[in-house]
Write a protein that binds this ligand. Structure first.
Ligand code: SF4
Length: 439
C-alpha cells in the first residue's frame, strides 16, 4: 500500500506524521510523495491556532475529489483537530474514512493499519460477491519499504506527549491530555535506529520537554546525558522547555554534554506580570529573565529564542510595552510572534477578546520591528567568526546556535563542516567552508 503523509501545524503534529509513517513503512507500507499514486493519506492536524484548524478543514474538503476518483482509497485524519471535532468531522466530511484524535497519537500506526486492514477485507468480500476482478496492489516487502525520515540528517524524536500545565490560552491539555512520558530505554533504542537511518542531529520533542520523567525516575537532564553517550550522535536539541523548569541541573547538562547545542527556545509569551498571571504561566518577568541570565552564565555562547503573544484579553498599551522592553533585555536571536486567538473551551476564551484585529496587527508589527532589529544584531555578531555547521543539504545547514547557514562548495548532507562567516542576510549566515571534520 502506498501512503502519502501530510502534516499541518506545529512540530508535534509533524513529528506524529513522520513517526507514524516510519512505523507503517516498517510494516510494509510504502511512502509516496505523489498524492495521485497514494492508496491512503494520513493527515495530521493542529488546532493550537484557529488559522491552523481552518487550514486543516479546508484541505480535508479539497481531498473529497482525490477520494471520489477511487472510492477504495483511504483517508485518515489524525491529530488535534480530529480530537477536538471527533464525529463532527465525519458528519461534515463523509469522505473521511478514519478520525483518530491526538490522545491516541502513540497508537496511530496500529489504528491506521487495523482500519486499513478492515477496509481491504470488506473490499475483497464485496469483490467476491460481485465477481468483480479488481487487482489489489502488490504488497511491498518490509525490507524494500523506505521510511520517509530515512537519510534525513536532522530528525525529531517525540519523548513525551500531552501537557499537565494549564496555561489559559492553550488548547493542548484538552486535546492531547495529560503528560505521558515514553520509557527511556525505548527512546534510546529509537535514537540508535535513527542514527542507522542517517540521523546526525536529534530534536527531542515534548510540549514541556524538560518535565520529562520516566517511570523509573530518569529525568530530563539524565536523559540528555544518556543520549549524549551514544556513539553516532553529533547534535542534540530539544523543544520546548518550560521556563519554570529550567534549573541548574538542566543548564549543567547542556554545558557538559558534547552534543547538546547552545540554543534554547524559551517561550516567554508576555513581559507583563499581570498578563503572565492571567495566562497562568507560572513565572514572573523577573524570574524569567533570571532564568535566561542563569542559562547564559552556565552555557558559554548560548543563543536564546522565544515566543510572544500580543493582544491577550485586557492587554493595555502599557502591558504590551513591557513585552517590548523584555525583548530588549532578553536579546533573543529569533522570536515567534503570534496574535492572541481564542480557542474554544480554554479559560481565555471566556474572557472578552477586547483587542480589535487592527490593534493586534499594530502590536504584531511593532513587535516584529523589534525582532527584526534583534535578529539583525544577532546575525551580524557572527560575521568574521568560524562556526560549526551540520549540512542538511549540500549547501545549507544550521550552526549549533540555530542560525541558518549557506555556502557555495557542496558537501554531503550529514557532514559537519566549519564555515567562515563572511556576511549575513536578514535570516541566514553566508560563508565559505573548510573540509568536513566528521569524527
Ligand atoms: S506549557 Fe502551557 S502553552 Fe505549553 S503546551 Fe502546556 S498548557 Fe500549552
Amino acid at each position: 500500500m502506498k501512503l502519502h503523509v501530510i502534516t499541518l501545524g506545529c512540530q508535534m503534529s509533524a513529528a506524529d506524521g513522520t513517526e507514524t509513517a516510519a512505523a507503517l513503512c516498517r510494516r510494509g507500507w510504502q511512502a509516496t510523495a505523489e498524492l495521485e499514486q497514494a492508496d491512503a493519506i494520513l493527515l495530521t492536524t493542529c488546532s493550537v491556532r484557529r488559522h491552523a484548524e481552518q487550514r486543516a478543514l479546508s484541505l480535508i474538503g479539497r481531498l473529497r475529489e482525490w477520494k471520489a476518483q477511487d472510492p477504495s482509497r483511504f483517508l485518515a485524519v489524525a491529530g488535534c483537530v480530529a480530537e477536538r471535532l471527533g464525529e463532527r468531522l465525519t458528519r461534515r466530511f463523509p469522505h473521511v474514512d478514519l478520525v483518530v484524535g491526538s490522545k491516541k497519537a502513540a497508537s496511530y500506526a496500529d489504528i491506521v493499519s487495523e482500519a486499513m486492514g478492515n477496509r481491504l477485507e470488506s473490499l475483497r468480500a464485496a469483490q467476491e460477491k460481485d465477481a468483480v476482478a479488481r487487482p489489489q496492489p502488490e504488497p511491498v516487502p518490509a525490507d524494500a519499504a523506505a521510511a520517509p525520515s530515512v537519510g534525513n540528517p536532522v530528525q525529531t524524536l517525540t519523548i513525551m506527549r500531552g501537557c499537565s500545565c494549564s496555561c489559559t490560552y492553550c488548547i493542548v491539555p484538552s486535546v492531547r491530555g495529560r503528560e505521558s512520558c515514553r520509557p527511556a530505554d525505548e527512546i534510546i533504542h529509537e535514537a540508535r535506529t535513527r542514527f542507522q537511518d542517517g540521523a546526525r542531529e536529534l530534536i527531542l520533542l515534548g510540549q514541556r520537554v524538560n518535565a520529562y520523567r520516566s517511570a523509573d525516575g530518569m529525568d530530563f537532564p539524565d536523559l540528555l546525558r544518556a543520549l549524549d553517550a551514544l556513539p553516532g550522535l553529533r547534535r542534540l536539541r530539544f523543544m520546548s522547555p518550560h521556563p519554570a523548569l529550567c534549573d541548574d541541573r538542566l543548564a549543567a547538562a547542556v554545558r557538559e554534554c558534547r552534543t547538546a547545542c547552545e540554543w534554547i527556545h524559551l517561550p516567554v509569551q508576555s513581559g507583563c506580570d499581570r498578563i503572565l498571571g492571567m495566562m497562568r504561566r507560572g513565572y514572573t518577568r523577573e524570574q524569567f529573565l533570571a532564568t535566561a541570565a542563569r542559562l547564559r552564565a552556565t552555557i558559554p555562547g548560548v543563543v536564546i529564542s522565544t515566543d510572544i503573544i500580543v493582544g491577550f484579553p485586557s492587554e493595555t498599551e502599557a502591558d504590551f510595552a513591557q513585552t517590548l522592553t523584555l525583548l530588549d533585555e532578553l536579546r533573543p536571536a529569533t522570536v515567534f510572534c503570534f496574535k492572541f486567538s481564542a480557542r474554544e473551551g480554554t479559560p481565555a476564551a471566556m474572557l472578552t477578546d477586547d483587542a480589535p484585529p487592527s490593534l493586534k496587527e499594530q502590536r504584531l508589527a511593532a513587535a516584529n520591528a523589534v525582532v527584526e532589529r534583534l535578529t539583525r544584531q544577532a546575525l551580524d555578531s557572527q560575521v568574521g567568526s568560524i562556526v560549526e555547521v551540520l549540512a542538511e543539504t549540500p549547501t545549507f545547514g544550521r550552526t549549533r546556535t540555530g542560525f541558518k547557514a549557506r555556502w557555495k562548495s557542496p558537501v554531503a548532507a550529514g557532514d559537519l563542516v566549519s564555515m567562515h562567516v563572511d556576511a549575513a542576510t536578514r535570516r541566514t549566515l553566508l560563508g565559505d567552508i573548510d573540509e568536513p571534520h566528521n569524527p
